[in-house]
Design a protein around this ligand. Sequence first.
Ligand code: ASP
Length: 330
Amino acid sequence: VPARSQDKAPRQFRLAIHGGAGTIDRTQMTPEKEAAYRADLERALRTGHAILAKGGSSLDAVEATLRVLEDSPLFNAGKGAVFTHDGHNELDASIMDGATGSAGAVAGVRRVKNPISLARLVMEKSPHVLMVGAGAETFAREQGVKLVNPRYFWTELRWKQLQDAKRAEAEARAKGRTAFNAPANRETEGYKFGTVGAVALDRSGNLAAGTSTGGMTNKRFGRVGDAPIIGAGTYANNATCAVSATGHGEYFIRSVVGYDISALMAYRGLSVADAASEVVMKKLVALGGEGGVIAMDGAGNIAMPFNSTGMYRGWIDADGKVTVAIFKEP
Ligand code: ASP
């Protein structure tokens, strides 16, 4: 188990985030829409930065940053969560502490406003790592976590995307195809992903990672993706890296994406950039798994590979300089 760094000298800190990967089409992106995404990503980065700048922990920064994105209707997490096939919102989230290897996660919760905070409570206030559904919500109530009426998660855009996805599914079935999430048309292709994630390095040299999502539009009741699976959608280890993933979760679970990136660094000595690229651009591509990751090593080096057309992403340096990007080229 890697030890929590005791280093007292102020060090560099850094925070990186993603707001989901997928088919993000420039022709569908109006200047207003793009500005709104960029503004929320920057606001999230500045929230985490303020914590890290004061000497706060990477765990605190990751949680606070992701709460901002969960509360934004633009991202598929918290307020902007996508709908399941039967018209509900089922949220998944996880968080991991790179210093101690402890982790917490929740899946399939329907009434938790900020699932990332519940994941953190599972890590710190329960003997468990992953709690699901009604049990997770009972635990939330016991911990005084804010529960909301499920209607809180209803947004017109996500509802429309569900109807489009269902239509596409019916058409695909009529043609003898089985893909439950076949994209409907160019306008709605972007509906598939939109998860949020953060990785951070604090002044003490500790890494943390977190991911929060509504999953995939039109997913079946009870389906759980990679976001709450430690080692798949989220992983952190001070000795290697912190990772948060976004993409077609089934492939990310089967590829154990987060842990594989860490293992390539630990066992083969790869840099974070080479390890992340090997997994996202080679292994996932070979399997047909669309998406990307953000990964950060213990020195604050960041890698953000994605094999989709776009990934909402950004980072903030210790001096407060923000970079936000959406498409292949920033
Ligand atoms: N990875 C998420 C899932 O499969 C979806 C996403 O990243 O948008 O649930």
